[in-house]
Design a protein around this ligand. Structure first.
Ligand SMILES: *Cc1c(COP(=O)(O)O)cnc(C)c1O
Length: 400
């Protein structure tokens, strides 16, 4: 008989392995709202790494509407949507979002992750092909893995390589029944924008369905923050699935897919994450509606976000920092070795700026960085404060 093993020993061993390699997450605690100056671990610091691009998470309208929804609809929805948890607030949110997106229909999921993990595996099956950008988000990767379709990856944003994959797919025997191309809209590590016009064109030439995950583009790109499809002025006949999240610029939580009525009908009947997981509490659905109100009625937030972004990027470049090739309010400050990035983050925090390091394996070994994310609620003085801290520590650590 085998010697009895401890069936849970791996929990501790693997965790300790992560700690040893400094790959474990050391969680910081936000003690209060996510605002430009906020309390993190008991310290007043400038928030420079939230996804709350427009400052909506603490916007008075969102808070007020959320409180009202608790009073009228309660704290929870009571069920999954297909059974008894489909509230008028969920329907209203979908209607308002579809109007905002100029789409025929939208379907709201509990999170963006639930949208990708629930819908993507249903869009292609055995005998089909899914083609993915090599740097797509983990929720897309998981969605693709849950499908029985064949997979191919093209080089990051490389349209020649996508064309090569599509041409090879055409020679496949037996022919693929369906081809699905999936891309992030804005890539969160570098802040670069997918060439969605090129992808849509190649997709149309090869009869492929095109799916874009616009988590970091919504509230940021396009007319009034309508996202990447609006940014490229593309028709919904070319980009068939626009997926997004309410957890970033919209300041709340939730995911969605927008497109045709056929897409929404298919998606809600087939996505297991939608069918088998409880629906948003009333406060969440109502706050998401309020976020759309704010985007429609207060266009200044998106404008300010871009003004602040250019101000910050210019100042950082002038000081000689390597800020990569970002085209969006995500600004990586690339320093090379992971040890330097970690040290920079710790020192920034001591000086009152909260921004996290991103290191291998999330980015290449020699491309460790601090990832900063701009926020429309930051003032010019806040930015000058942050840039001052970067300058001081950049010199201290011989980065500039
Ligand atoms: C954040 C993110 C998601 C997940 O969205 P949640 O609503 O937070 O679950 C999906 N895709 C991309 C590209 C993201 O950046």
């Amino acid at each position: 008989m085998n010697e009895m093993r401890n069936p849970t020993a791996f929990l501790k061993e693997e965790y300790e392995e992560l700690v040893k390699n400094e790959l474990d997450w050391k969680l910081r605690v936000l003690q209060g709202p996510s605002t430009p100056w906020c309390n993190v671990d008991g310290r007043e610091v400038l928030m420079f790494c939230s996804n709350n691009y427009l400052g909506l998470s603490n916007h008075p309208r969102l808070k007020e509407i959320a409180i009202r929804a608790v009073q009228t609809h309660g704290a929870g929805s009571g069920s999954v949507r297909p059974i008894a948890g489909n509230m008028d607030l969920h329907i209203e949110l979908e209607k308002r979002l579809a109007e905002f997106k100029h789409a025929e229909a939208s379907l709201v999921y509990q999170t963006g992750f639930a949208a990708n993990a629930g819908l993507i595996p249903q869009l292609a099956d055995r005998g089909d092909l899914m083609i993915s950008d090599e740097l797509n988000h983990g929720s897309i990767i998981d969605g693709v893995r849950l499908s029985h379709a064949e997979r191919a990856v093209y080089k990051h944003t490389d349209m020649q390589d996508l064309q090569r994959v599509l041409e090879e797919a055409e020679k496949h025997s037996p022919p693929f029944r369906r081809i699905l191309i999936i891309t992030d809209g804005v890539f969160s590590m570098d802040g670069d924008i997918a060439p969605l016009d090129g992808i849509a064109k190649l997709g149309a030439e090869h009869g492929a369905m095109v799916f874009v995950d616009d988590a970091h583009g919504e509230g940021v790109l396009g007319e009034g923050g309508r996202g990447i499809v609006s940014h490229f002025k593309l028709g919904r006949d070319k980009v068939h699935v626009e997926m997004g999240t309410f957890s970033k610029a919209f300041g709340v939580v939730g995911g969605h897919v927008s497109g045709s009525k056929d897409l929404a009908n298919f998606a809600y009947n087939k996505s297991r994450t939608w069918l088998l997981s409880g629906s948003h509490p009333p406060a969440v659905a109502a706050a998401c509606i309020a976020a759309i109100d704010v985007l429609e009625n207060e266009p200044q937030h998106v404008r300010t976000l871009w003004e602040r972004t250019s101000h910050f990027k210019k100042a950082m470049k002038d000081f000689g920092f390597d800020i990569g090739t970002s085209q969006t309010p995500i600004t990586p400050v690339i320093v090379g070795e992971s040890g330097v990035a970690k040290k920079l983050s710790v020192r920034l925090f001591e000086e009152g700026v909260f921004a996290l390091p991103i290191v291998y394996p999330m980015v290449a070994r020699d491309k460790a960085r601090i990832r900063t994310i701009m926020n429309a609620a930051l003032t010019k003085e806040d930015l000058d404060f942050a840039v001052g801290a970067f300058e001081k520590i950049g010199k201290e650590l011989h980065i500039i």
